[in-house]
Design a protein around this ligand. Structure first.
Ligand code: FES
Length: 331
């Protein structure tokens, strides 16, 4: 995505009306939606790893990865896990969206693309993290690329698309793993990642614990950062248990507000009457992007590129925090 595209908040981006051509159960608490263009219209092309924003009843906007092969130009397929701690998004998909209904989505965006020219692709999915990974596997299989898929889940009945994977022409490249009784992945992550082979790229998507285990193991085994590709779920970007508090200073007025460990910067600013426009509240859309004049940022978004994050001059206050004791914002 170019800088110019990023300069526009999501509200200013083109949105598309699509039809829910099919809604079906894929596994326990997981349903899929097949989205098709309205008559006379077409869908923008996408590449494996892309996601779309889905506008839900009640003004919610949530991001979901596309799971189908990008060679299918006439449909987008998403799958949604109903979260027990849902803030409304996944529950709305499960209970309020109906087959035949029209909904509004964004054009696909991709922060999790396959690396052209890689010798081999190692795909790791945990739970609902299978959605972008499945699109990647389908794309790589069609292109005749060298890849292996490892898919780990808590139980077989929670494994969306397991039958489709087992019935695919590339089933021998796919390995399905169920968690052990103690909740640990049966997948031998350390064994799998023990050797960082030059030219092999690793892609991982899943719950935070799964992703942390994979990425920590890979880094400890010497995998170079440029061979690691990952996408955290939207919603995993918020406050964490070990977060500390810090201060925010509003440059134009000099106001200083403390951000409590369980608070976001947006919430803290609201408490002193400073409103920052938000949409996804999950570090995905860029609507809340704010310039930072002083202090060290702890980025938690999926919107800025690594280079943009390293520049330390802007952040997404809906989820990102501070490493320093204070950030001065250009507000
Ligand atoms: S509101 Fe979407 S990135 Fe902050």
């Amino acid at each position: 995505m170019s800088k110019e595209e990023k300069a526009f908040p999501m509200g200013a981006q083109t949105s598309l009306e699509v039809c829910i051509a099919r809604k079906q159960a894929e596994a326990q608490d997981i349903c899929s939606l097949e989205l098709r263009a309205l008559p006379g219209q077409s869908l923008p092309a996408f590449a494996a790893g892309a996601h779309i924003d889905v506008h839900l009843p009640g003004g919610l906007v949530r991001q979901y990865s596309l799971s189908n092969d990008c060679a299918e130009p006439d449909r987008y397929v998403i799958a949604v896990l109903r979260e027990s701690a849902s803030r409304g998004g996944s529950a709305a998909v499960h209970t309020q969206l109906l087959q035949g209904q029209q909904i509004c989505i964004s054009a696909p965006r991709n922060h999790f693309a396959l690396q052209a020219g890689a010798k081999k692709h190692l795909l790791l999915a945990g739970g609902i993290g299978i959605t972008p990974i499945l699109s990647m596997a389908r794309c790589l299989a069609r292109e005749g690329a060298d890849f292996t898929l490892h898919y780990s889940a808590r139980a077989r009945e929670r494994m969306a698309f397991a039958e489709a994977i087992e019935a695919s022409a590339w089933a021998t490249r796919a390995h399905l793993h169920l968690d052990t009784a103690g909740g640990k992945p049966q997948l031998d992550i350390a064994g799998l990642l023990a050797v960082a082979e030059p030219g092999t790229h690793l892609y991982v998507c899943g719950p935070r614990g799964f992703m942390d285990a994979v990425l920590d193991t890979a880094r400890a085994a010497g995998w170079p950062q440029e061979q690691l590709h990952y996408e955290f779920f939207a919603g995993e970007a918020g406050p964490r248990e070990d977060d500390a508090g810090f201060e925010i200073q509003v440059a134009s007025t000099g106001q200083v507000v403390r951000v409590a460990p369980e608070q976001t910067v947006v919430q803290a600013l609201e408490s002193i009457g400073v409103c920052v426009q938000t949409s996804c509240e999950q570090g995905v859309c860029g609507t809340c992007l704010t310039r930072v004049l002083e202090g060290e940022i702890e980025h938690r978004d999926m919107y800025l590129t690594e280079e943009e994050q390293a520049a330390n001059d802007q952040f997404t206050p809906c989820c990102s925090r501070a490493r320093s004791s204070r950030l001065v914002l250009d507000l």
